[in-house]
Design a protein around this ligand. Sequence first.
Ligand SMILES: Nc1ncnc2c1ncn2[C@@H]1O[C@H](COP(=O)(O)OP(=O)(O)OP(=O)(O)O)[C@@H](O)[C@H]1O
Ligand SMILES: [Mg+2]
Length: 271
Amino acid sequence: MTRQKQGDEATRARVITFANQKGGVAKSTTAEAFAASLTARGYAVLMVDMDAQPGNLSAHVGADKGLPGTLELLEHRRPTRDKVLHCIQPTRSFGDVICANEKLDDEDKALSSRVGRELILSRALEPVLGDYDFVVVDTPPALQLRTLNGIAAADDVIVPCMADPSSVAGMEAVLECTAEVGEFVRGTQPRIAGVIVTRYDARNSLEPELFDRIAEIAEEYDAPLLGQGVRNTVNARKAQYSGEALRGFAPKSTAALDYEEAVSAYLDGIE
Ligand SMILES: Nc1ncnc2c1ncn2[C@@H]1O[C@H](COP(=O)(O)OP(=O)(O)OP(=O)(O)O)[C@@H](O)[C@H]1O
Ligand SMILES: [Mg+2]
């Protein structure tokens, strides 16, 4: 473990799942920014990558994708602490990670025939929840079984959303899905901890209008907007390319500051 957790032994990590049905809306970037910021604030953080794509969170945080990760984690029918620890690796500035590679896609058929298939991740994380303050789960851009597992394991769901129409539709799909997971899978609904407007460009004439629409929808679901939106900046891409956290790579960049504001708003909401 990279860091000793802040809470006492009996406290369990809060699991935060990042989801939007739409691709490319900065789900992974937002999950990474949260993991890096929470780590820098002294919390013990574990990231779990549920996405098999080449440019996934694991790639950005410099994980060794050849080591055991999410595939091995989900394969265990009776996950023990030792088996789960075997799937965890440290990163330089994002906390620990359970990484994913392209092979994870091949596991879907096996997962879908398992009993309690939406709760596989939730059960698998159980043995290590006492070791961390936060678990950050990144999901693929589809409401498929691995995303449902992310939502079913969550205490808090956060929806990153760009100010564009299809991304807003993807956000609404996740908000509805979270309610259904609560009703039909878990019995209790994960909290919708917030919506974050991502890659925001106020100079694009459509975006301020869609920003307001996102705020309206969030309010309908009782979800706060976390921060004032994360501005579009090339530094976000450059940081991922260099394998560094944005807050370390370009600490004064607009997006780094915006993400810090969003993380502070999230933490205020759970205190
Ligand atoms: N604030 C920002 N400014 C500029 N570019 C950004 C910003 N945030 C994210 N990006 C870029 O947008 C692209 C998509 O981001 P990211 O991979 O986080 O999205 P995603 O929703 O996880 O995508 P996928 O659905 O494929 O998993 C990346 O190239 C990333 O560097
Ligand atoms: Mg992603």
